[in-house]
Design a protein around this ligand. Structure first.
Ligand code: FE2
Ligand code: FE2
Length: 137
């Protein structure tokens, strides 16, 4: 069963951001596994809502850090978050409509393994580099 484990190459070394990324990935992996094993579970709706909330609040936290530190690529990062939020909305809609079917869960997995992880590796790490440089001035 494929899952997306935490990897140290994802680390931004900003403790709140890393703990939110780790927590979100852990919850997403558990949700993925539960959909596969118990697609009729009545807990899936609440699990998905929690996952969506974690995702949205994480994006807002990160945007807060960026505004606070006058990050020069804030608007670029915000646009990337907007695309991720739109994908999460569509996937959530599809998961509910398709009653957490294999095909819908696969969409979530594809989102996590590429757009989400790519954002983390390129955009979040890029911001973290700026944050650390600023902190060391
Ligand atoms: Fe981000
Ligand atoms: Fe992030």
């Amino acid at each position: 069963m494929p899952t997306i484990p935490w990897d140290k190459k994802f680390a931004t070394e900003i403790p709140l951001i890393d703990s939110q990324h780790k927590h979100f990935l852990l919850k997403a992996n558990l949700f993925y596994a539960k959909c596969k094993i118990h697609p009729a579970s009545t807990e899936l709706e609440a699990d998905l809502s929690l996952l969506e909330q974690l995702f949205l609040s994480h994006c807002l936290n990160e945007e807060g850090f960026q505004k606070e530190s006058h990050y020069p690529y804030f608007h670029h990062h915000l646009a990337s978050h907007d695309r991720l939020r739109a994908s999460m909305r569509e996937i959530g809609h599809f998961l509910r409509k398709a009653s957490f079917s294999d095909q819908a869960v696969q969409e979530l997995y594809d989102f996590l393994s590429s757009p989400f992880i790519d954002h983390l590796l390129f955009e979040d790490i890029k911001f973290a580099r700026y944050w650390k440089e600023k902190a060391s001035l």
